[in-house]
Design a protein around this ligand. Structure first.
Ligand SMILES: C[S@@+](CC[C@H](N)C(=O)[O-])C[C@H]1O[C@@H](n2cnc3c(N)ncnc32)[C@H](O)[C@@H]1O
Length: 197
């Protein structure tokens, strides 16, 4: 296949994160990242590599099977020490993270875990509750990426609610960007990028 010049949503997400992480090198403080939807841990490992030796990643998922795969993946990559996994909903983020944690960035990859129980999906009310709890913990210039999938039942409604919520964030305090392919006919996806000013 010929290479394309427009990045896929996944590639665009990684570009954003690499750009965000490049700014961490300028500070003395160790970066803390949150993976709101650990699943099998691919993104958790990506974040663990980005935060570096001194940084830390806190990850959430409601499915134990995915978390076990994630733990194995992190151990194989010798990254387990810089990650804390919570078998809990991401809506508990404020209760679970140590008090006064400043979060440099958070990633949410919504929907269901491929190869797992497709009935276990993220839902608008808990996703929005998590985002709402997280934003006050976010550092200045901290970024949240939210990958929305609409191809499964409930996905489109969840996406609409999250986008409507994000549109209410004050322009004075946040920038909300969206990346997507308007002419994709099936299984539309959207990437929301929220930056705190
Ligand atoms: C698309 S998958 C994530 C894929 C993952 N990032 C990876 O690298 O494998 C979405 C995940 O969200 C999880 N999930 C659903 N509701 C949740 C909640 N309230 N809190 C945290 N995770 C949740 C599902 O169990 C599923 O593993």
């Amino acid at each position: 296949m010929r290479p394309r010049h427009i990045p896929s949503i996944l590639q665009f997400t990684k570009l954003i994160w690499q750009q965000v992480a490049a700014s961490w090198n300028d500070t003395e403080t160790a970066a803390v990242a949150v993976d709101g939807t650990v699943g099998n841990g691919h993104d958790t490992l990506f974040l663990a590599e980005l935060v570096g030796e001194k940084g830390h990643v806190y990850g959430f998922d409601v499915q134990a099977s995915g978390l076990a795969n994630a733990q194995e993946r992190l151990e194989s990559a010798s990254m387990a020490e810089r990650v804390t996994l919570f078998h809990d909903g991401h809506e508990k983020v404020a209760e679970r993270l140590p008090e006064e944690t400043v979060v440099a960035g958070a990633m949410y990859n919504l929907g269901y875990l491929p190869g797992s129980d497709h009935a276990v999906i993220t839902r608008a009310h808990t996703t929005i509750a998590s985002l709402q709890a997280l934003l006050p913990m976010l550092a200045a210039n901290g970024v949240v990426t939210v990958h929305i999938y609409t191809g499964h039942e409930g996905g489109s409604a969840e996406g609409d609610e999250i986008q409507a919520w994000a549109a209410t964030l004050s322009w004075k305090d946040f920038r909300v960007g969206r990346y997507d392919f308007p002419n994709k006919e099936l299984n539309k996806e959207h990437l929301l990028v929220i930056e705190k000013l």
